[in-house]
Design a protein around this ligand. Structure first.
Ligand code: KG4
Ligand code: ZN
Length: 367
């Protein structure tokens, strides 16, 4: 049995997990900073890294306790070293290096996007079949990836502007919904009609790329037709009714949320299905925080010509079990990172030209 400790601090979750053989989760501790960042309407990088410093050692300790694991039984430590916020990544990478050095354990640097993809190896049922089209949609990334084997990727397309999750977060803010926007919009959309507003879809014919900025602007233009909270309150006071201002109540938040969500998912599903057909994929894999969206999961299953695999809901958003699982496959393949492993905030998973994972350029093993 191979036991890996995973560590994740790329954004606003401090997480550690112990996973056996890349498939059995022994512990999975996630300390979210959502409450702290909610007041800023998004992640405040400096605050995020300070919170990681406070949480990282207790979180790792808890993961070891929950797993009833002993340091001597661990085989390796896997840590996210990019992409993400530099200050946040540094906390996890330095903690991992210190522990690996102190305990004499091998260190494996992991690409956060790859970790999200490996959430699919933690789903029930047989492991996904290759080749697979992976739709990776998170707060920082929207990419279609062609995966032909473990660690073998080629980027088919990516967003030209906002990531899908980022668009959910920004539109959530426009609609006055709490951060993060994705789950808030999903909830709000349940009471709305996706057909109430005809919102644009950027099809970008002939490519697997995405673009969400036009859709975001279209929502903004509708929202601006309604008074801001302050204007509404002033109007309400002038009427001295004491009730919620009439105009504010008219903002069709549920319809806008439903229309926006339908537009994003329409494009994500259509492009993924097209890629799966064009390339004769055996599986479609969903990954990243937006893969928690129930409409995306349902529509992908309904439209895909091949089986669709989704990580368990709680493993779609950032956590360290997916890092440990990705770490297991790289560790099995003999990969080790050197003590000079650095954070790479803009780390990419694959290049279109070469189709090789960026980790191929890791320094030679020193352990
Ligand atoms: O993967 P993740 O936890 O962090 C990054 O690596 O970015 O993804 C977070 C993103 C946020 O933008 C959040 O709004 C979005 O995932 N998200 C969702 C849902 N749950 C989280 N988007 C749509 N529907 C959801 N249910
Ligand atoms: Zn993520």
């Amino acid at each position: 049995m191979t036991l890996i400790l995973g560590i994740e601090t790329s954004c606003d979750e401090t997480a550690a997990a112990v996973v056996a053989d890349g498939q059995t989760i022994r512990s999975n501790v996630v300390v979210s900073q959502i409450d702290i960042h909610q007041r800023y309407g998004g992640v405040f990088p400096e605050v995020a890294s300070r919170q990681h410093v406070l949480s990282i050692l207790p979180v790792i300790h808890q993961a070891m306790v929950d797993a009833e694991a002993d340091w001597d039984n661990l085989d390796a430590i896997a840590v996210t070293h990019g992409p993400g916020l530099a200050g946040s990544l540094l906390v996890g990478v330095n903690a991992a290096k210190g522990l690996a050095w102190g305990r004499g354990l091998p260190l494996v640097g992991i690409n956060h996007i790859e970790a999200h993809i490996y959430g699919n190896w933690l789903a029930d049922g047989p492991p996904p079949e290759f080749p697979a089209v992976c739709l990776v949609v998170s707060g920082g990334h929207s990419e279609l990836i062609w995966m032909t084997g473990h660690g073998q990727y080629r980027r088919l397309g990516s967003t030209l502007d906002d990531a899908a999750g980022e668009a959910f977060d920004k539109v959530g803010r426009m609609l006055g919904l709490p951060y993060p926007g994705g789950p808030s919009i999903q909830r709000a959309a349940r009471g709305g009609s996706p057909a109430a507003f005809r919102l644009p879809r950027a099809w970008l014919p002939g490519s697997y790329d995405f673009s969400f900025s036009g859709l975001k602007t279209a929502v903004l233009q509708i929202v601006q037709k309604y008074p801001s909270e302050d204007e509404g309150l002033q109007a309400g006071k002038r009427r001295a009714t004491g009730a919620q201002p009439l105009l504010m109540r008219m903002m069709p938040v549920a319809d806008l949320a439903a229309g926006f969500q339908a537009a994003v998912i329409d494009v994500l599903v259509t492009k993924t299905v097209q890629a799966a057909q064009d390339l004769a994929a055996k599986t479609v894999l969903l990954a990243g925080g937006v893969a928690a969206n129930d409409l995306l999961r349902a529509e992908m299953v309904r439209n895909s010509p091949v089986p669709v695999c989704c990580p368990p809901l709680e493993l779609c958003t950032d956590n360290a079990a997916i890092v440990a699982t990705a770490g297991f496959f790289r560790f099995q393949a003999g990969e080790r990172s050197g003590w000079d492993l650095d954070v790479v905030p803009g780390l990419r998973l694959a290049t279109e030209q070469e189709g090789r994972p960026v980790q191929d350029s890791f320094p030679a093993p020193v352990l």
